[in-house]
Design a protein around this ligand. Sequence first.
Ligand code: AHM
Ligand code: MG
Length: 331
Amino acid sequence: MIQHSKTLNRHLLDQLRLTPHMPGSLATVFAQMTFAAKIVAREMRRAALVGELGLVGQQNSTGDDQKKLDIFANEVFIDAITDSGLIAGLVSEEMAEMQIISDTPEARYIVAVDPFDGSSNADVNGAVGSIIGIYHKPDGGSAHLESDLTSGAAPMVAAIYVMYGPSTVFVYTCGAGVYGFTLDHDLGEFLLSHNNIRIPPHGHYYSANMGYLQDWNPKVQYFFQKLTEPTEQRESRYSLRYSGAMVADVHRTLLEGGIYIYPPDKKHPKGKLRLLYECAPLSFIVEQAGGLATNGTTRISHLTYNSIHELTAIALGSPAEVKLYEKCLAE
Ligand code: AHM
Ligand code: MG
């Protein structure tokens, strides 16, 4: 028995009515994104049977080895974005340069996407995701979409992540709350399953690659010591959960509370994760749900950047754990 039968499209139209500053054309962009997500979900399910697992033998612009599914998902999102007629430009983790799509007046958005996040999980049937930031091109247009983005002239108006796990979940914000939908494969529709998500004020889980502990700044190490140290009253109340897919770890953090951290380390002195299409959209969602997102000293949403593939350190999640992280770094 399905308890929540509201479709994503219906829900979004209601949301857009409640937020008059949001253009109705966003619904068309979302329809294209949901279509892309359904195709990626379908391909994931049968990838092992049709020879779609494994590497392709080349690297993307930030030096990651590309998998067949990285390339496939990227092409699916490019097609969906090109088809809408509403997108001016596309930035993707899998492409070194921004792709200019359209210069018509209807093309009012710039989309930044990580089409296949956590791809090291793909070959072992682990959870992966897609992350999408939708940015609004400045009115009047500009010939320099890239500098519109990096200068902050093109604000983010919506953020989405899709998690491909035991079920496919689509979570979005347009700046008026956070909503989650689960794909009903029989209907081919995303149905509302997580209404108005609020992150718990504190949690019991932390997510970080503890294999890098020795490579972190002593203040980051101190945070983990503070977080997990038992007190006279109780044993440590935190458990470690780290999947290798940021989308999956942030999804758990959003629903159950706690913190996800990818700090700088010796190999990644600026952090590993990308600002525009990983950290900024997920931070928008977490903050809209009542959480916090920081690089350690500055809100992720206040960071400026020079390159579309800019890297940043990140910690995001429940207010209690993120505040403790910032406090430890400041001491
Ligand atoms: P990707 O987009 O190339 O998959 O890289 C991002 C991923 C995150 O999803 C995940 O949290 C992190 O990289 C894992 O990195 P590591 O193996 O260094 O812990
Ligand atoms: Mg990624």
